[in-house]
Design a protein around this ligand. Structure first.
Ligand code: PLP
Length: 485
């Protein structure tokens, strides 16, 4: 079959229709059957690359051949995040409405760098950000926009925090070689995500100026210590610029006391950014709201629908109550981007680094409408219930311990029978984890808590049910039997 028999070289549209139907069929079969595939592929580094030609083909290849290679090379080399047995890191899912929204976004290929170049994409982005904001109980005045990841959202927030000090003139003069530039300090807990550090490093704050505030025995930032550290730094002539509180930390999903942190930040006039990338969506549940009290006092916040809101990667919602500061940090309009209506509209390029902007709002719009807020809440609630059920099973099992509170859908635990030293238990848990993951049915990850190897089971995939968790538990317990060998 000759795939390119029209003048453009693109597929003839009747062929596109045919292949497109096949692709939807393939995705449907994948979602129906991927639970039988190993979550983590049994391959070695370089295996996929070895099966790919070193150079692009000179001649067109048929879609049939390309799709065949997708199934033969790509799928077996994929770690299946969209698999009910995926319970590592923070589990995610592309729900079917989200997949359809993503497909249509590719079809439109809208580039909302300006309102004019993407009126629907711009206005829908602002509207779905407002829907999510309301659902989470955030204040009406907050402005929200979409970035690719939480890492970028946090970096932009830190840039705004710096711009909130116009007296520094960083936008004009930069930071290097200036005797009048104070040392800028960013505070975050020992448990916060590395993206906070990376964002600050990117902005030239310097890694040594990221202050990791100690946590309490439930892995929450010590707000009293934060206050002391800020006071000490001010005394030493430094400029406390921003604090980042995490609601749902990566290792344990612990919740920093954001109201107390907000007290400190307001008193000290420090920008408060909240990283609620994973757990923020749980604020949609009335019974979970208590974890989030105080977040409405933040200057900025990030929550990722691509983590626990069933929307395909990538989509990160960034909110700020001070959009004018964010705009001051980033707006730069060259002649070729001037439009007649620029004073009447929001041009999203003004609120970050990127100019081009893909139509990410579409998939979230599909998800929020197809599930409805009730549907989303019931799924989140179900995941939290599954986590509690698993944590209870671990607590009841002799020799196993739950290592951290379980506020949401993540359980941290470890095998530590009496008579086993801490070091022996570390080695044992690593072996247990490796063995469980090698089976292919589930994928769990690990962290270290109090310096000790800890296994994490994170529930977040929309198709994860108790049977998948029970299988993980069966594998975990079975793996202890092989330890002596
Ligand atoms: N913040 C927290 C609390 C996270 O758990 C993660 C990732 O798991 C991130 C930030 C980074 O997210 P992203 O991959 O969207 O940059």
């Amino acid at each position: 079959m000759t795939p390119t028999n029209n003048e453009t070289g693109d597929l003839p549209l009747d062929e596109f229709r045919r292949e497109g139907h096949k692709v939807v069929d393939w995705i449907t079969d994948y979602l129906a059957g991927n639970a039988t595939m190993p979550v983590v592929p049994r391959i070695a580094p370089g295996d996929v690359a070895a099966r790919l030609p070193a150079s692009a083909p000179e001649q067109p290849e048929s879609l049939e051949t390309i799709l065949g290679d997708f199934e033969r090379i790509i799928v077996p080399g994929t770690t299946h995040w969209n698999h009910p047995g995926f319970m590592a890191y923070f589990a995610i899912s592309a729900s079917t409405p989200g997949i359809l929204g993503e497909m249509l976004a590719a079809g439109l290929d809208s580039n909302a760098m300006l309102w004019k170049t993407g009126p629907a994409a711009t206005e829908l982005e602002l509207r779905v950000m407002s829907w999510l904001r309301q659902a989470m109980g955030l204040p009406d005045e907050w402005f929200g926009l979409i970035n690719d990841t939480a890492s970028i959202s946090t970096m932009l927030a830190l840039a705004a925090a710096r711009e909130a000090h116009p007296e520094l003139r960083v936008r004009d003069e930069g930071m290097a070689g200036r005797a009048d530039m104070p040392v800028l300090r960013v505070y975050t807990s020992e448990q916060s995500h590395s993206s906070v550090d990376k964002g600050a490093i990117t902005l030239g704050i310097g890694q040594r100026n990221i202050v990791h505030v100690p946590v309490d025995d439930e892995f929450r930032m010590r707000a009293d210590v934060l206050g002391e550290l800020i006071a000490e730094d001010r005394e030493a002539g430094m400029l406390p610029m921003a604090a980042v509180a995490t609601l749902g930390t990566t290792s344990t999903s612990s919740v920093d006391p954001v109201a107390e942190i907000a007290d400190v930040c307001e008193r000290e006039r420090v920008w408060l950014h909240v990283d609620a990338s994973y757990a923020g969506v749980a604020a949609m549940l009335p019974e979970m709201r208590h974890h989030f009290v105080g977040m409405e006092r933040a200057d900025s916040l990030v929550v990722n629908p691509h983590k626990w809101l069933f929307t395909p990667v990538d989509i990160s919602a960034m909110y700020t109550r001070r959009p004018e500061v964010l705009k001051r940090a980033f707006s730069l309009v060259p002649e070729y981007l001037i439009t007649h209506e620029q004073d009447q509209v929001v041009n999203l390029m003004d609120y970050g680094i990127q100019l081009g902007r893909r139509f990410r709002a579409l998939k979230l719009w599909f998800v929020m409408r197809a599930f409805g807020l009730e549907g989303l809440r019931s799924r989140l609630r179900h995941h939290c219930e599954l986590a509690q059920r698993f944590a209870a099973a671990v607590r009841e099992e002799p020799g196993w311990v739950v290592m951290a509170p379980v506020p949401f859908s993540l359980v941290c635990f470890r095998y530590a029978p009496s008579g086993m030293s801490d070091d022996e238990a570390d080695a044992a848990n690593q072996r247990i984890l490796d063995e469980v993951n090698a089976a292919g049915d589930v994928f769990l990850s690990h962290t270290k808590l109090h310096g000790r190897f800890t296994i994490r089971l994170a529930i977040g995939n929309i198709r994860t049910e108790w049977e998948h968790i029970a299988r993980a538990w069966e594998l975990l317990r079975a793996a202890t039997g092989a330890l002596a060998a």
